[in-house]
Ligand binder design. Structure first.
Ligand SMILES: [Fe+2]
Ligand SMILES: [Fe+2]
Ligand SMILES: [Fe+2]
Length: 426
């Protein structure tokens, strides 16, 4: 799998589906905005490359908004700190070459047109495409499920027209009005479980060949979106991924398999994006409902990754990390030989990282305690003996790698928080 043909939009869709799982109110928001953006860009006859960039940007435009509260506020209105999540989203994506343009579009996707002043924000050019995503986003935010979309449309369009030139670029408002007669667009938006799958193949969404190193880079970005939702988890996936990669090498995986393991490590908690951060950060004991919500995260990881056929191995290694050899794990209760070696490696990497990492409310275990816990879990039939032995044989080396990876992640998290924090005061 060193070279796999994979749609970049397919990978991004997996991420946006994950972040929209957090509330039924948001269900499909990213897909809806991407769908409407697609038709606006087509209506405007933008050059094909620009159509692609604006579509990809729309598909993940709100990924910088990490809490459920912030996401819901953005659907309701455009609060004063509205630009923060755009800037954060851009910060996360800008280092990934294929998404550089999309990152710049996302950065300004709430910039009002302001009679033309919105072409620039604090000396920086605002891409025209940002205004497209803005219009699509606000239009979709007004759609109310449960009411016929065609009945709602006149009200929504009237509200948009009222803000033509003040908030939205007038040419874009005209383009939106040209789409009003195409009933199917509005029906797709609301009735389809996956609106962007309704876009007929037109060559725009050409397959982009991502090499394995690109996928590592993108998975790394995903891991920050997963981890940065809470300061309690801010460095977790970084530690698990590096530990798992190192263990994979030591148990004899090929170099490519080790990269696959690194990707799976970055994505192993993807389903946590669907869990309310109030639960992730709850100081006291979780009640039954909250506990079950957390436990569901590997189930979500499985199904989110299941949408990408080329990710079969990654899905298995990533989403079985709470399965146990004795069958008492979750969510599939996979037992013994049915649990692949890659999944056993991930389980050990996850436990090892969880018990040794420092969290805001407690220090990680010292070496002696950690070794005790790992041995106990082997004795209970929870973890694989061979993998744990390999870990214990290279304990210092792996622990140092884990610490370094998590230290770097903590520094990135601080810088990430500053991105929003500074802008909030501007
Ligand atoms: Fe937004
Ligand atoms: Fe949005
Ligand atoms: Fe987990």
């Amino acid at each position: 799998m060193d070279k796999i043909r994979i749609n970049l939009d397919e990978l991004l869709l997996c991420l946006s589906n994950a972040v929209d799982l957090i509330s039924p109110i948001l269900s499909n928001h990213h897909q809806q905005v991407a769908y409407l953006t697609f038709f606006l860009a087509e209506q405007l006859k933008l050059p094909v490359e620009e159509q692609k960039d604006v579509f990809l940007a729309a598909l993940v435009h709100d990924i910088g908004a990490l809490s459920k509260k912030e996401r819901l506020e953005l659907i309701e209105s455009e609060p004063p700190t509205v630009n923060n999540h755009g800037f954060r989203g851009a910060k996360l994506l800008e280092r990934f070459r294929p998404l550089q343009n999309a990152a710049q579009i996302i950065k300004f996707h709430h910039q009002p047109w302001d009679n033309g002043s919105g072409r620039v924000y604090m000396g920086e050019n605002v891409p025209f495409a940002s205004h497209i995503v803005h219009l699509a986003d606000r239009t979709c935010a007004m759609l109310r499920p449960g009411r016929n979309v065609l009945t709602q449309l006149p009200e929504i369009l009237a509200a948009i027209r009222e803000k033509s030139n003040s908030v939205f670029e007038p040419g874009l408002v005209n383009a939106l009005f040209k789409l009003r007669k195409k009933d199917y667009i509005w029906l797709d938006l609301i009735t389809s479980r996956s609106p962007i799958k309704m876009i007929a193949e037109n060559g725009l969404l050409d397959i982009l060949v991502l090499e394995i190193d690109d996928i590592v880079d993108l998975a790394f970005i995903f891991s920050q979106i997963i981890d940065f939702r809470s300061r309690f988890t801010a460095c977790h996936s970084a530690g698990v991924a590096k530990t798992a990669e190192q263990l994979a090498q030591l148990v004899g995986f090929s170099p490519v398999e080790c990269k696959v393991m690194l990707i799976a490590g970055y994505l192993h908690d993807l389903g946590k994006v669907a869990v309310d951060n109030r639960i992730l950060e709850k100081p006291g004991k979780l009640d039954e409902d909250e506990f079950n919500e957390i436990r569901a995260h590997t189930y979500y990881t499985y199904h989110l990754l299941d949408a990408i056929p080329q990710f079969d191995t990654i899905k298995t290694w990533a989403s079985y990390h709470h399965e146990k050899l004795n069958g008492t794990g979750y969510p599939f209760h996979i037992k013994g030989d049915s649990l692949p070696l890659g999944s056993r490696v991930m389980a050990v990497a996850d436990v090892f990282t969880a018990i040794t990492e420092d969290r805001p409310y407690r220090r990680g275990m010292d070496d002696e305690q950690a070794i005790k816990v790992l041995n106990k879990m082997v004795a209970e039939g929870a973890l694989d003996r061979m993998v744990v032995e390999v870990l214990l044989d290279h304990f210092q080396e792996i622990n140092t790698l884990r610490q370094q990876a998590q230290q770097e992640a903590a520094e990135r998290y601080d810088r990430f928080l500053q991105t929003g924090g500074l802008l909030a005061t501007v």
